[in-house]
Write a protein that binds this ligand. Structure first.
Ligand code: SAM
Length: 227
């Protein structure tokens, strides 16, 4: 048992949540200062023709149907079900650690998702990948995906890693899409999705094709290589 786990185990239960929030908010403010120093404004050519959509279900309507797709960060599979319903993918790769911060692995959640999509898995339409997102994405066949939806780690470093491997996994005209194109989220703190996505567009010449505009401000994005 590590020293940290030993100390954590001795903190009275009623202090754990407020202490966690305090540490998270300190970490978020430090991350905010670090990320705000990064220049990441998109230029006109990254936004030309970009469509604003009411929500991510409307985004699904515009993404390719009958294709090969990956959802990265699945949780209980609610959005996976929407993808299956609306886009009828030939193959849907479902990628998640299904891990909880308490036990390290969340077999109940994994079992429940496996059960939910058991029929599709039997037909090989759904494939499960229980791994770190960047490792699982990098094992997919290069240039095989019509689109990918990133919704796993939301810290800057995690999103940068996912985007870099997603670039190789999508077809030349494929889309990288994802959730939470937003800087702050309550109660999660500072996200790094905006900086990671914008820097990626500037570095690799991708343009924003769609952005969603939910009232809860948990926007989704879809980017594609500039032809
Ligand atoms: C916000 S939830 C996904 C929600 C889902 N996309 C939806 O819309 O219903 C994020 C999930 O990502 C997973 N996750 C977070 N970081 C990850 C990582 N680095 N690798 C794999 N899975 C990760 C978590 O286990 C969690 O289930």
């Amino acid at each position: 048992m590590s020293f940290f786990t030993f100390v954590k185990g001795r903190i009275p239960y009623r202090f754990k949540a407020p202490l966690g929030r305090l540490l998270a908010s300190r970490k978020s403010l430090a991350e905010d200062q670090r990320l705000n120093r990064r220049p990441c404004s998109l230029e006109n050519r990254h936004l030309e023709g970009c469509r604003v959509l009411p929500n991510r279900l409307a985004l699904l309507e515009l993404l390719p149907k009958d294709g090969v797709v990956a959802e990265v960060g699945v949780a209980d599979g609610n959005f996976s079900a929407a993808i299956l319903d609306r886009n009828h993918p030939r193959t849907l790769h479902l990628i998640d650690l299904w891990a909880s911060s308490f036990s390290g692995s969340d077999d109940l959640a994994f079992k429940s998702v496996s059960k939910r999509f058991a029929n599709e898995a039997r037909e090989d339409r759904v494939q499960f990948h229980r791994d770190y997102s960047w490792d699982a994405i990098s094992k997919l066949a290069p240039a095989s995906l019509d689109w990918i939806y990133l919704d796993a780690g939301h810290d800057y470093d995690d999103v940068v890693k996912d985007l870099e491997v997603a670039r190789h996994a999508i077809k030349p005209d494929g889309f990288i899409t994802g959730h939470d194109y937003v800087k702050w989220s309550s109660p999660n703190g500072r996200f790094g999705v905006v900086e990671a996505v914008n820097e990626f567009c500037l570095k690799h010449d991708f343009a924003m094709r769609y952005v969603t505009f939910e009232s809860n401000m948990h926007h989704s994005f879809a980017i594609q290589r500039i032809a």
